[in-house]
Design a protein around this ligand. Structure first.
Ligand code: ACO
Length: 401
């Protein structure tokens, strides 16, 4: 057995792998993906079973602790998370510094980074107790932070958490409730939302998770690391794809316009891509998209609503999956293709979609961060480069250039 790192160091060699398409950055026991078969397992459990049968709190416990909780453990964990849902009161002032039309993701990057200025008793990464409290705080406060970003954008007062409600019910109330009025959580919406959170909880070494790990590898505190993850998630090639996918479907409008967009997606001179299609790892149907498509039907049936955009999405999928371009390149719908349709039916504006993704992914990010911190093989992340600039040359004073 050759220690490849030592071999490379001794010989001065390294690999050139832009986009890390074939380089493992770490060992991890959290999430397994078989992209060819369309399989996603969290700690060994298939995502379909978790989405259908468990709750987001159970999945959060599973990702953090390695095993599904028994009833007592689940109750204890839920109560711990519940105790941490409040934000420091001065953070409300921080929100008021943003422009009213600020994108929620811009607000989330700032507010989550700012948590490190408020919770000094959970920033010592060498203390396991502090790491645990920081993890619980992040999971607990993300719904409050996201809901406040929404309230701020629509000019409504912030609502304090109501900890009698479930994690997801509480988030829905803080988002859509108004003061002095009773907010009744719709159990179908609550279940659908909880399922969406489960489907987004973790996805091994994606761009934002790798960002969290890279930031954390320098010893940065967990709040700063998660803020870095949020910033990376924002991009349209990653978490921003759910917003972009629904915008695209609305722009297409009716199924008769699909061929025009398919043609654009195939045109090498056009930068347009079908949003919500394709994945770095899945070269088969994204198992999360299967659950998501089913959930759209359930939500529409239960709420007795519909949206023509769903028909457009189904037809687009059918046409693309029978088109040689998409077949050859193994481009299938990913998790983001259908999620926006449900979120929109629930009442979220598209600008909130990626913030919801960030809320759910915080569980995976912080579980991965903890795994990294306790991994004895972990070093500061420090990729190398292939230098392509000029060779050494002498400085020329400005007047002689
Ligand atoms: N529409 C049209 N063509 C596509 C698409 C698409 N959505 N995705 C990939 N392709 C084509 C590329 O043009 C490329 O063609 P080429 O080989 O002829 O140059 C080929 O398929 C491979 O694409 P890459 O960009 O090299 O694949 P990569 O693994 O780097 O990118 C990505 C994956 C970013 C997800 C890409 O498929 C994409 O941009 N999809 C749309 C955005 C999206 O839905 N992102 C969400 C991802 S899931 C998530 O973050 C939760």
């Amino acid at each position: 057995v050759v220690d490849i790192r030592k071999f490379y160091a001794d010989t001065g060699m390294f690999t050139y792998d832009p986009g890390f398409t074939s380089t493992a950055s770490c060992e991890s026991a959290l999430t397994y993906i078989d992209g060819d078969e369309g399989v996603l397992l969290h700690r060994g459990y298939p995502i379909g079973q978790l989405a259908e049968q468990s709750s987001f709190m159970e999945v959060a416990y599973l990702l953090l602790n390695g095993e599904l909780p028994n009833q007592g453990e689940l109750d204890g964990f839920t109560s711990t998370i519940t105790r941490h849902t409040m934000l420091h009161e001065q953070l409300a002032t921080f929100y008021r510094g943003f422009r009213r039309d600020a994108h929620p993701m811009a607000v989330m990057c700032g507010v989550v980074g700012a948590l490190s200025a408020f919770y000094h008793d959970s920033t010592d990464i060498t203390d396991p107790q502090q790491r645990m409290i920081a993890s619980h705080r992040l999971i607990a406060k993300m719904p409050t932070i996201a809901a406040m970003a929404y309230k701020y954008s629509v000019g409504q007062p912030f609502l304090y958490p109501d900890n009698k409600l479930s994690y997801t019910g509480n988030f829905l109330r803080m988002t859509f409730g108004v003061p002095a009025e009773e907010y009744e959580v719709n159990p179908i919406v609550e279940r659908a939302m909880d399922r969406i959170f489960i489907l987004h909880a973790d996805h091994e070494q994606n761009a934002s998770t790798s960002t969290v790990r890279l930031a954390g590898s320098s010893g940065a505190n967990p709040f700063a690391c998660i803020a870095a993850g949020i910033a990376c998630l924002w991009g349209p090639a990653h978490g921003g794809a759910n917003e972009a996918a629904l915008n695209m479907l609305r722009e297409i409008g009716t199924p008769d316009r699909i061929p025009e967009y398919i043609a654009r997606a195939k045109d090498k001179n056009d930068p347009f891509r079908l949003m919500g299609f394709g994945h770095r790892v899945y070269k088969n149907y994204d198992p999360r998209a299967t659950v998501m498509q089913k959930t759209v039907r359930e939500v529409f049936d239960s709420l007795k609503v519909s949206d023509p955009v769903f028909e457009t999405a189904l037809r687009l999928e059918e046409i693309a999956l029978n088109d040689p371009y998409f077949v050859e390149k193994k481009l299938f719908p990913n998790v983001d293709f259908y999620s926006g349709i449900i979120l929109s039916a629930i009442g979220f504006p598209t600008t909130m979609f990626t913030a919801l993704f960030a809320l759910a992914r915080t569980v995976g990010w912080i579980a991965q961060w903890n795994e990294m911190i306790t991994d004895p093989a972990q070093k500061i992340g420090r990729p190398r480069q292939l230098y392509t600039g000029p060779t050494q040359r002498d400085y020329v004073p400005v007047g002689e250039r």
